[in-house]
Ligand binder design. Sequence first.
Ligand SMILES: *[C@@H]1O[C@H](CO)[C@@H](O)[C@H](O)[C@H]1NC(C)=O
Ligand SMILES: *[C@@H]1O[C@H](CO)[C@@H](O)[C@H](O)[C@H]1NC(C)=O
Ligand SMILES: *[C@@H]1O[C@H](CO)[C@@H](O)[C@H](O)[C@H]1NC(C)=O
Ligand SMILES: *[C@@H]1O[C@H](CO)[C@@H](O)[C@H](O)[C@H]1NC(C)=O
Ligand SMILES: *[C@@H]1O[C@H](CO)[C@@H](O)[C@H](O)[C@H]1NC(C)=O
Ligand SMILES: *[C@@H]1O[C@H](CO)[C@@H](O)[C@H](O)[C@H]1NC(C)=O
Ligand SMILES: *[C@@H]1O[C@H](CO)[C@@H](O)[C@H](O)[C@H]1NC(C)=O
Ligand SMILES: *[C@@H]1O[C@H](CO)[C@@H](O)[C@H](O)[C@H]1NC(C)=O
Ligand SMILES: *[C@@H]1O[C@H](CO)[C@@H](O)[C@H](O)[C@H]1NC(C)=O
Length: 887
Amino acid sequence: MAARRWLLLLFVGLAGGGAHGQVDNLGFVSIDCGLPENVVGYVDNDTKLRYVSDMGFIDTGTNHNLSAEYLKPSIGRIWHTVRSFAGGSAGARSCYTVRSLVSGLKYLVRAGFIYGNYDGLNRLPVFDLHIGVNYWQTINVSVAGVMAEIITVVPGDSMHMCLVNTGSGTPFISSLDVRPLENKFYPHADESQGLVLVSRTNFGASDTTFVRYPEDRFDRIWSPWSNSTIWSVISTTEKVQNSATNGNDTFEPPLPVMQTAITPINSSSPIDFTWDAQASTTNNPKPGYVWMLHFAELQPTGVRQFYISLNGKSWLMNGSCTPNNLSTTTLYSTKPVYASNQYNISLDATVNSTLPPIINAAEIYSVIPTTNIATTVQEVSAISAIREKYRVKKNWMGDPCAPKNFVWNGLRCSYAASSPPTVTGLNLSSSGLSGNVSSSLASLRGLQYLDLSHNNLTGSIPESLSQLPSLVFLDFTTNQLSGSIPSALLKRTQDGSLTLKYGNNPNLCGNGNYCQPPKNKSSSKVVVYVLTPIIAVSVIVLLSIMFLCMRRRMQGTTSNHVKSQDEANITPLHSQNNNEHDSLCLDNRRFKYDELVAVTNGFERVIGRGGFGKVYAGFLEDGTQVAVKLRSESSDQGVQEFLAEAQTLAKIHHKNLVSLIGYCKDREYMALVYEYMSEGALHEHLRRRENNARCLTWRQTLRIALQSAQGLEYLHKGCNPPLIHRDVKTSNILLNANLEAKIADFGLLKAFNSNGDTHVSTARVVGTRGYLAPEYLATFQLTNKSDVFSFGVVLLEIITGQPHILNDPEPTSIVQWVRQRLAHGNIETIVDVRMHNDHDVNSVWKATETALKCTAQLPEQRPTMTDVVLQLQECLKLEAARNDVNA
Ligand SMILES: *[C@@H]1O[C@H](CO)[C@@H](O)[C@H](O)[C@H]1NC(C)=O
Ligand SMILES: *[C@@H]1O[C@H](CO)[C@@H](O)[C@H](O)[C@H]1NC(C)=O
Ligand SMILES: *[C@@H]1O[C@H](CO)[C@@H](O)[C@H](O)[C@H]1NC(C)=O
Ligand SMILES: *[C@@H]1O[C@H](CO)[C@@H](O)[C@H](O)[C@H]1NC(C)=O
Ligand SMILES: *[C@@H]1O[C@H](CO)[C@@H](O)[C@H](O)[C@H]1NC(C)=O
Ligand SMILES: *[C@@H]1O[C@H](CO)[C@@H](O)[C@H](O)[C@H]1NC(C)=O
Ligand SMILES: *[C@@H]1O[C@H](CO)[C@@H](O)[C@H](O)[C@H]1NC(C)=O
Ligand SMILES: *[C@@H]1O[C@H](CO)[C@@H](O)[C@H](O)[C@H]1NC(C)=O
Ligand SMILES: *[C@@H]1O[C@H](CO)[C@@H](O)[C@H](O)[C@H]1NC(C)=O
């Protein structure tokens, strides 16, 4: 019976009384969808309510006029236009967002749909409506049009109303009304269920009388229903009192509605009305119904007493109803009723009644669950701020996470059973973002994965991101970011809890790239990254002056380099003699020379030495033990290499790479301050086996090998562009007090062009003899497989306890030595005897095989460091299994 009523409403126009509504302060939202852009709004002639354009409520869809034959004066202005959402496929969701609502308050939401052949296709669509994150109803648009209405508690201060394309035509909408109720109204509607209107009937009204605002202060629409063949109309002009029915629960049917009623013409006939149960969704095939029957006696001329029955069964516990004179009684079902296919309500006079039954008004609602939980207000406002800032198009409408199958593109959410969904992933890669990095990202407290790569983001990386407790992946690759990477983020990459990618941001300090030289200066084909200035201008000027001085001095001394026996020619990484001012652009602490003197107690204790100079032990003010690598005047390591190492260390952070605490560039003094590795180099431990001193077990050395492999893997896989260490050897693997291994000495580190090149060519071979890959020696062609070769040599040293070059009696490489011995004997002929057979033989075999693969002649036959890591993990498992058995 509902549809026929709406038809009348829509085509007859609204015929409310002539009262003057105070639209401004009612809390009403009245939207005429699809109004032309230049029309802000207008006052509706009938309700005197101000209708506004939907522009501020939605940013998708297109405006259309109904086709000409429907644009008659008889049809209200509100129906003349629609907004339609073409182009979406099934599952596409388009949402209106209504803001400034009262959180937790009950609202009536009403949407109207008149098709009017607006698209010229003459095809009536079917689509779904959602209220917030819950299904509301399916709209099967009829020629006459459809109204949908729901009474619902709005959980937040804004509400989404969404149209969902179900693959049966293009969703559209004509109007949207939102009216606040009072919470004591309609007690059935609460946080977990809503009431979807089936019909709201004003019995006895003339066919054209639709009562709504202002007669109904909540602007409910009461449709007329009378039938002169079976019912006669009773009416009064006297006031009908409203009375609360059950404590505070109340419905307040408006006066004009209560002033008319019907009664059967045949006084012995009942009043009957019927509706069909309709599946709302496949999930909710048999919705429950609730209803309210409003009675008031208007003609007190005798005894009026009647029973009310539902589907033939007494509904009032066999009691009867006698309406009060000129006072409203509302009888309603307190709980949803789930009947069969049809609901029939019948009012029958009792035997003692001298008058037939009467009814003034009735409301029927189906009940829908609203148990889907929306994303929290904080998260919604954060992600909405991000959407506004970057003007994200995608499908970013409605709730970000819910319902599950409508999660915003690029978002990942987690759904716990009883708590609201949380945004855990955000991928805005290649989304054309510009401007700075939104501070709202830090409000997405559950964020684990954030990809902002390949955009045009500028400014610096906000410190606040490091406050995100669950963040494990952060990608800023290929943007225009500048400034330095917050140290708190770097710290997290260091402890291995965060993967941070920030390559190809030319102005970012601590960048995965070295800053690239201006294009007009660089002529070399070799990709050489040069340090460029980022920090404050004054510092740049200062440094550049310093640098020019130093370079001059260096040029004077390079020819006098004494090359160490062990090392091939060393070429500085930054071999180009460019004239730009180079500067350090580090986030780390900068030490003055005098401070270093204090830290090392006057360079008292030497703990190592190398081509660059000596390494001293020291303590910071807070007691942290450090190693200070001071570049000596006669150093083999050039200024550039020294800076390269500082730059590199400042930006790569991994638990298996030695970390830089600070640096010093003070007059002619240059130094790097590292974390202290109390157990020294792996090299020394292996040599120490010779003295049978405290000897590492096979399991310990395996773990050291695995950790070193992980450090190298990070350089090869975790950095952009990939980095090649170029000097992997046992003396560059340092151990801390817990015997955890970290790769050190990055002076020769080289960026490996990632743009599909197969190798980099270097002008000269650098590195350490005996560790160098054959193809690098032969052709100067460098790939990360060169590091793999060197690592293979390290692994063989660990297994055999032999130096990388043996005098056997001629100088022989360990690779040759092992291959020769294995060709003639078994594994025991190569294994370090000082391990006293205390090892799992399979584990040693596997490690040896891996080492031999690493040292294969052809680079393509060698595994990647990732493979090596996997193999070593296997070895460790085998060894651990043996230990467990023994224990
Ligand atoms: C209101 O009524 C006046 C007079 O009938 C008419 O000119 C005007 O267009 C109507 N306005 C709307 C918004 O329907
Ligand atoms: C709808 O009609 C009005 C005039 O009646 C016109 O100004 C407007 O451009 C039309 N809108 C569309 C989308 O065609
Ligand atoms: C929509 O209504 C039409 C006419 O009543 C009916 O034939 C059609 O099956 C309905 N479609 C859906 C999806 O309910
Ligand atoms: C009035 O009631 C009669 C009998 O139930 C029915 O046949 C007729 O269709 C009804 N008329 C209207 C307009 O509802
Ligand atoms: C009516 O509301 C008042 C105030 O909120 C409350 O104290 C009272 O218990 C309510 N009565 C009923 C019957 O719910
Ligand atoms: C009035 O209704 C009763 C019961 O439904 C029926 O028996 C009787 O014939 C009806 N009278 C007329 C005049 O229709
Ligand atoms: C109502 O009356 C019927 C018989 O007239 C009886 O079977 C039933 O138990 C009664 N129900 C109540 C709730 O009193
Ligand atoms: C009808 O009235 C008689 C006498 O007043 C009373 O005994 C009987 O209970 C009444 N029946 C009903 C159904 O109210
Ligand atoms: C980034 O912004 C600059 C300057 O506005 C513009 O020239 C460039 O095309 C943008 N690049 C991308 C990928 O959007």
